[in-house]
Design a protein around this ligand. Sequence first.
Ligand code: SF4
Ligand code: SF4
Length: 385
Amino acid sequence: MQMREFGSTGAKVSPLGFGSMRLPTREGTQADANTPFSDIDVEGSVAMIRHAIDSGINYVDTAYNYLGGNSEKIVGIALQDGYREKTFLATKSPAWLYKSEEDFDRYLAEQMDRLQTDHIDMYLIHSLNGGSWKRTLRNKALDALKRAQEDGRITYAGFSFHDDYELFEEILNAYDWDFCQIQLNYCDTEHQAGIKGMKKAAEKGMGVVVMEPLRGGFLVDVPPAVQQVFDSAPVKHSNVEWAFDFLWDMPEISCVLTGPTNPEVLKEDIALAKQSHPHMMSDEEKQVLEKAAQAYHESAPIPCTGCNYCVEYCPQKLTIPYNLLAYNLRFIYDDLEMARDYYHNEVPKFGKQADLCTGCGTCEEICPQHIKISEWMPKVCELLD
Ligand code: SF4
Ligand code: SF4
């Protein structure tokens, strides 16, 4: 696997990183923030993480809040038996929870305990947006971050980001960051930090880690209109290959995160990563992706990536992303019956339906895509209930 520069830090990372946000349950479904530890397929998850490392992946990513804290525990288990030494361990501090100047250190200590380590290689202030950035500054988390770097609890300091470009640039200039993590895929080139932000960070010598390369899985089973673009292209790739190659083509990108829910998906992603290198796409291939992006945007009205961040904040226990997906299905596949069937038969398997939404808006504070969930839920009911 061709390793890539992590900005100007001197570290070299694999083009693919293992993201631990979507681990499997014992029943074969996808765990979320409400899944008890005992229901997660811990052995299977540990085996996947170790297989990734044995195959050349040296970047493992988790966060304080992933799977309600269980993701860090499982990564901590996976990195025993010599795997910690082979890995750059990345985790993230929950900026939206900061309430005092002590919180940064308190969360970091708790995370090192869960991860069974005395230092974090890549530590990020998580999910910065207008609100969490203010909390970060108000609670002097950047001073605490500096102290943690100086005393060796953290090696490289970064942030993950979900807001507009102007705030991204403000944050870039507010600290001597080593890296950032941004959302980027062939459909979201001008969204949030976008390509412009990626290049700006690279110019400053920062490593760039990319999340949501498959837009929460929606670039795997693409809408028919997008599939038609790929099927009629003169060059043939799998849908996943199109999405990853778009990112690996850019030399400024250090590492692309994948969040596999089963070993087969992981093996496919690793095989693609092994063939990857900068400048790997032709102009003809790039034009195909531009057409695919245009077709995608014309198909799905709600830009939900299925990240699940919102779920634990809903007092009504709504399975928000599945409700939104049901609505999108109507337009993506131009099939109202299919969407109604999904809403009535699939959504309840994961949690409560849209009719229980009170419109409180709590979930919107955490949504990285700034989706007006409280406004969409009545529309979901109206269309599908
Ligand atoms: S607006 Fe609706 S979906 Fe969002 S937290 Fe409130 S009840 Fe839950
Ligand atoms: S609504 Fe927002 S926070 Fe919730 S799953 Fe979708 S993108 Fe994530």
